[in-house]
Design a protein around this ligand. Sequence first.
Ligand code: OAD
Length: 246
Amino acid sequence: MRGTGFQSIVVLTGAGISAESGVPTFRGPDGLWEGHRVEDVATPQAFRRDPALVQAFYDARRAALARVEPNAAHRALARLDAEWPGDLLIVTQNVDDLHERAGAVRMVHMHGELKRAFCLACGERQTAPDTLSDGPACTRCGAHGRLRPDIVWFGEMPYHMDRIEAALAACDLFVSIGTSGAVYPAAGFVQGARHYGAHTLEINLEPSEGTHVFHEARHGRAGDLVPLWVGALLDRDRFRLNQPET
Ligand code: OAD
């Protein structure tokens, strides 16, 4: 921590932050993701083996976005983004668009986005049409049936890692919200941030796999705990800024 307060914050979010919006988490009690084993829908091998199944799966997830809304936790992070005077990077593992619909701007999707596609023929990244199953044309090269979801599958390299690693090295507060801590590299961010001297806080429904690594943990619903944390942080910062220098 530098000085009397935090200057630079990294927030990592996972499926738990969207759970109260009605988006299912990945690791439910049955170990299935909406009825599928993760390796049947979230690997390049699965896509090669059965592209129709994988496209239909992500088409359904994309369509479901129209039926969900950001919740109090997304809105609180958007408030933090708007009001925090220091550096902030919200890193989400989620492929939904609820952070940006709540108004967050200083954020990156490290596992891609349901609403984006990329062309296997020419590599162009583009806004995804509603369905990829019917083989739409690439907006750049015109090839049909070559668009895949712009989602980082197991075995692929997450996005924005240079920016994320720089933010982790520079932050003095790292907060992990609604993630089980089961998937690397995101699960290792807490160690990275600690290594560089950041204070670390977990907010999750239950202790995550890496809960012991955090300095502090608060367990409960993100929709309850995140607004409380953001409100307290902004109030404390305002109080600090209003104090005369001694
Ligand atoms: P998980 O489904 O593994 O974990 C979600 C976490 O959120 C669990 O620890 C839950 O206890 C917690 N949770 C559930 N409801 C909550 C609530 N209302 N408030 C707070 N916490 C709650 O999801 P992720 O950790 O995001 O990767 O999974 C990480 C990655 O694994 C995903 O991005 C995806 C997946 O396979 C790819 O697709 C590459």
